[in-house]
Ligand binder design. Structure first.
Ligand SMILES: [Zn+2]
Length: 390
């Protein structure tokens, strides 16, 4: 790096290091120490099978990033060997591991999706206590629908029961989230279904639940119903986009498939948060420019791209207006991921934006302002969070 670039990057690292992040999409950390196999599986997002024996999960961008950036937090040298890393982690225990990584993440507000693997994870309050800062809940719509079905409801009573449960659960929550991408994909009819349609689809779903014993909601018309009910409450809507495990069809999670949905007048009234986005971050950036209520982040993939994270963060700063880009880690399970998301993102944005300053494309003051917007100010505004972080 030229000396001018080094100086600009260093200045921006100081700015972003001093700015507490709003992690606007995250899950909690492990409650108890995982087995080494479970830990290894957590370092692979896409494969749903356990890693075969002989495959070292550390032999990946995220694995090398853990050894480079997480090892020092545990008191080891950078690039510690996997066996040494695991021994130290085990010696410290999960409470201490959580405390160290969550604190080191430098996050003031955690917006926690509570709809996934809640049993083996901390509660949002416990997460915030371990890491400092505040927790805010994000309610997952499909989980609510499934609990209505599980509680036993007549098809005709479903719409009212869902609406009542939603109204109750969002009290104190800051947003709702849909995993439509996982359950059906975006190439479906996302118009609001009529009451008669809802009743008919619920009847078919409940019949299926009785037959298979599985309550998992995959009917896009009922997912669309939940989304429109939530929009009626004027809460920000988070949508999983792009990278996820292979249970989902990545081809059907291209956010451009949401264009008709985003054109609906009622949808334009709420912030729509496109989460993760990789490898569709450019499509998401286009949508952010096309629709003033669309926001995007590149969380999750920042961790999995490791040393290549700066390229992704650079692409997130192409078409999207800077007021519509957000930070998230999407950490889930090992607290390394909560920390690493923050560390790699801070490194990447400083490097990318520092390059713009060194090239005299951006003024240094604008660079600092935009970095703070993405780190926290945009999320504070979009979610209506109290402005002062704890
Ligand atoms: Zn997530």
């Amino acid at each position: 790096m030229a000396p001018r670039t080094v100086g600009a990057v260093r200045d921006l690292l100081a700015v972003v290091g001093a700015t507490p992040l709003v992690d606007h999409h995250v899950h909690a950390a492990f409650r108890a120490a995982p087995s080494r196999a479970a830990y290894g599986d957590a370092l692979n997002e896409a494969d749903t099978d356990p890693l075969p024996a002989g495959v070292d999960p550390f032999d990946s961008q995220v694995g090398f990033a853990v050894r480079a950036w997480c090892a020092p937090v545990l008191g080891l040298d950078r690039h510690a060997a996997p066996d040494d890393y695991w021994a130290r982690r085990t010696e410290l225990g999960e409470d201490e591991v959580n405390r160290r990584f969550l604190t080191a993440a430098g996050v003031s507000d955690w917006l926690v999706d509570t709809g996934h693997r809640a049993d083996d994870l901390l509660t949002p309050t416990e997460l915030a206590t371990a890491g400092g800062g505040r927790a805010h809940e994000v309610v997952r719509l499909e989980s609510l629908a499934e609990s209505v079905a599980q509680a036993g409801t007549e098809p005709r009573a479903y719409a009212a029961a869902f609406g009542a449960l939603l109204a109750d659960r969002v009290r104190g929550a800051v947003a709702v989230k849909s995993v439509l991408a996982y359950r059906a994909g975006f190439d479906v009819d996302l118009s609001r279904p009529s009451d008669a349609q809802v009743e008919r689809h619920v009847a078919a779903w409940l019949k299926e639940v009785g037959r298979t014993g599985s309550v998992r909601l995959t009917d896009p018309r009922l997912i669309a119903f939940g989304i429109h009910e939530a929009i009626g409450l004027a809460l920000p809507l988070q949508l999983h986009v792009g990278l996820g495990d292979r249970d989902m069809d990545l081809r059907r999670s291209d956010p451009l498939l949401l264009t008709d949905f985003l054109r609906m007048p009622e949808v334009s009234s709420v912030p729509v948060m496109l989460l993760h986005c990789y490898p569709f971050e450019r499509q998401a950036g286009y949508l952010a420019q096309a629709f003033r209520n669309v926001f995007l982040d590149v969380g999750l993939s920042v961790n999995f791209l490791g040393a290549r994270a700066a390229s992704l963060v650079a692409r997130s700063l192409e078409l999207a207006p800077f007021g519509q880009v957000l930070y998230s880690s999407d950490g889930c399970g090992p607290a390394e991921l909560h920390f690493l998301g923050a560390r790699l993102w801070r490194n990447a944005i400083a490097r990318v934006v520092g390059g713009f300053v060194a090239d005299d494309e951006w003024a240094a003051a604008d660079a600092s302002r935009v970095v703070r917007m993405i780190a926290r100010d945009n999320a504070v505004r979009a979610y209506g969070l109290p402005a002062t972080g704890s």
